[in-house]
Write a protein that binds this ligand. Structure first.
Ligand code: SF4
Length: 283
């Protein structure tokens, strides 16, 4: 889509970047070419590993199994505490990638099923929805092989993108980073879109879990967690919530990690509304 001046407009996420020909959008994964926006990171694999499904994190979807986890580069958010900034906050020229077609990746997933018990593909590490076309095409190939698709996302995408992918996704972990648009203003996102993504995936029958990373001084009040849990409970009180610790990274490299006691306290707050709450990455 392009506007009256010929500048391409991206509809993949709420930023709705206006991109001049040859330039990248804010996520550094999508580029304008010939008046339309394309995924420049299509088929570009920056990271791949066979991970325990619990590492996604998913605690209640085929526990004990392994999933081929793949990621590219780019992200539409700017969380100062990004735990994966090496691939999420850089563009293609700065990230070493190998290339793969959807059929090649699904074929690898299938071979790993025979050899290592792999259950499918997890789209993760960077923000997969900024390259949603590759997720869609891989997901179709994976489904055709009788395997599972797992989406690990910040959920900040347009309703159209999520609606197209939802029938292809078996399980998802969606970040609910904070309780309000005020918090999402800090990380460069859109709270309403994230909520809609959770609702859409759940309504489509996808197994949904959520993650809240607790950043000291930012979203560590009881009222913050209660608001997050209240939203999740409004979709379903059975959606599992992972309450996880922040560790110093990227633009918050000088901050202190979230105290374990804070995580345990907030997990208890969330248990007031939700049946399955996990205190993640705590000793
Ligand atoms: S997906 Fe990327 S290019 Fe598209 S609107 Fe979002 S940040 Fe901009």
């Amino acid at each position: 889509m392009s506007d009256a001046t010929g500048v391409a407009v991206c509809g993949t996420c709420p930023r709705r970047c206006r991109i001049e020909n040859g330039r990248f959008g804010a996520c550094r994964a999508r580029r304008a070419e010939g008046g339309r926006v394309v995924a420049a990171n299509y088929g570009r694999i920056a990271s791949a590993a066979l991970d325990p499904v619990e590492k996604k994190p998913l605690a209640f979807f085929r526990p004990g199994s392994f999933v081929l986890s793949v990621g590219s580069y780019g992200c539409n958010l700017r969380c100062p505490f990004c735990q994966n900034d090496g691939i999420s906050q850089h563009g293609g020229d700065e990230v070493a990638c190998r290339t793969a077609t959807p059929a090649e990746l699904a074929g690898l997933a299938e071979r790993l099923r025979e050899e290592r018990g792999n259950i499918g593909i997890a789209y993760t590490y960077n923000e997969p929805l900024v390259g949603w076309e590759f997720v869609r095409d891989c997901a179709r190939e994976v489904r055709a092989r009788g395997m599972a698709n797992i989406l690990v996302s910040n959920g900040c995408a347009s309703g159209e993108v999520v609606a197209e992918l939802a029938p292809l996704v078996d399980a998802a972990n969606i970040d609910i980073k904070g309780p309000s648009q005020e918090y999402y203003d800090w990380v460069g996102g859109d709270f309403a879109s994230v909520c809609r993504t959770v609702e859409t995936l759940h309504a489509a029958g996808c197994h949904v879990e959520a993650t809240t990373l607790v950043v000291p001084g930012r979203n560590d009040k009881d009222a913050d967690m209660d608001a997050i849990a209240a939203f999740i409970a409004s979709v379903s009180p059975d959606i599992p919530l992972h309450v996880t610790r922040f560790f110093p990274r990227w633009r918050m490299a000088d901050a202190s990690p979230t105290p374990v006691a804070t995580i345990r306290r907030l997990a208890d707050v969330a248990r007031g509304r939700l049946r399955r709450v996990l205190a993640g990455n705590c000793p």
